[in-house]
Design a protein around this ligand. Structure first.
Ligand code: FAD
Length: 315
């Protein structure tokens, strides 16, 4: 049976750059935030060793070190960081209502405001070789990792707008980009398809899938196969970018918060407000366009300010 353990002013769900930044601002505003970290304490950046584009680190930094710094900064102002997963929520639709969150299926926390920063997870193909070479040349983020493949040959897997965007981004940096498209057409918008077609160093291979990513510790290429003829070919490359979509971590909010058809939370323009008063969303969970640590941090700051203003409007 669930048991209510406390009533707090501000609950933060998720411990990525959005959550910790929200925590820093909320704690400094005396909202005494409590954060539940989820299974991945520190979020997605804890899976990478090199972060070169977060401002303030002229020589770059390690993802884990960056997240530890953010955690320490949030705790310095009084954020209570707890390991735990929010397994259920019951949001009040009334302004000034109490929102309930169940932690690990048992304890219930009641909160005046909730900041959701549960992120979005990249989808992968599910190959053993792909899993083994994550961080060794397999990536799901061209903006994050493309620079490491400057002047080299890379592969992009996918056929939608994101894949087309990643391919054209990489084409500016890399020697050659080979796009592998599973069907005999691309799903990307016509405008994005034209950009791909007009880019001289992008080659698109249709009806093509990956059998295996080649390489022991670092990527050396892929073994691809044509899903119509069955023909196999090895394509050499040092980077493989998987761009087949992301899954926002929003299952527990279904039926209560507005989301798009993929599951990204919908917030009001220029705000982190969701459709429920007192519930705010920040970071990748509400952002399918940028998905960067710095944009997540930026919206985390916005969410704390929005939550503080909401509390102020109740008195
Ligand atoms: P996330 O970092 O995804 O954190 C989500 C948090 O929510 C996690 O702590 C998780 O445990 C928690 N959570 C989820 N569900 C629950 C729940 N039910 N209850 C409680 N907690 C929950 N960006 C850059 O700017 N530069 C880079 O160099 C860069 N490199 C990257 C390398 C890799 C390998 C990956 C995967 C991403 C990289 N990114 C990079 C992207 C960046 O990591 C994300 O944009 C950023 O982490 C998003 O932050 P977030 O706070 O929105 O969510």
């Amino acid at each position: 049976m669930s048991e209510t353990i406390e009533r707090i002013k501000c609950l933060i769900i998720g411990s990525g750059p959005a959550g910790y930044t929200a925590a820093i601002y909320a704690a400094r505003a005396d909202m005494k935030p409590v954060m539940y970290t989820g299974m991945q304490m520190g979020g997605q950046l804890t899976t990478t060793t090199e972060v070169d584009n977060f401002p303030g680190y002229p020589s770059g930094t390690d993802g884990n070190a960056l997240m530890e710094d953010l955690k320490n900064q949030a705790e310095r102002f009084g954020t209570e960081v707890r390991f735990g997963v929010v397994t259920n929520v019951e949001f009040s639709t009334e302004k000034g209502g109490i929102h309930k969150a169940t932690i690990d299926g048992s304890k219930i926390v009641e909160a005046d405001t909730v900041i959701i920063s549960t992120g979005a997870s990249a989808k992968y193909l599910g190959l053993e070789s792909e899993e083994r070479l994550k961080g060794g040349g397999v990536s799901a983020c061209a903006t994050c990792d493309g620079f490491f493949y400057k002047g080299q040959d890379v592969i992009v897997v996918g056929a939608g707008d994101t894949a087309a965007e990643e391919a054209t981004y990489l084409a500016n940096i890399c020697n050659k980009v080979t796009m592998l498209v599973r069907k005999d057409y691309m799903r990307a918008s016509k405008a994005m398809q034209h950009r791909v077609e007009k880019t001289a160093n992008i080659e698109v291979k249709f009806n093509t899938e990956i059998d295996e990513v080649l390489g022991e510790n670092v990527v050396e290429g892929v073994r691809a196969f044509n899903n119509v003829s069955g023909d196999k070919e090895d394509i050499s490359a040092t980077g493989v970018f998987i761009a087949i979509g992301h899954k926002p971590n929003t299952d527990i909010f279904k039926g209560q918060l507005n989301m798009d058809d993929v599951g990204y939370l919908i917030t009001e323009p220029k705000s982190t407000k969701t459709n429920i008063p007192g519930v705010f969303a920040a970071g990748d969970v509400q952002d399918k366009d940028y998905r960067q640590a710095i944009t997540a941090a930026g919206t985390g700051c916005m969410a704390a300010l929005d939550a503080e203003r909401y509390l102020g409007s109740l008195v």
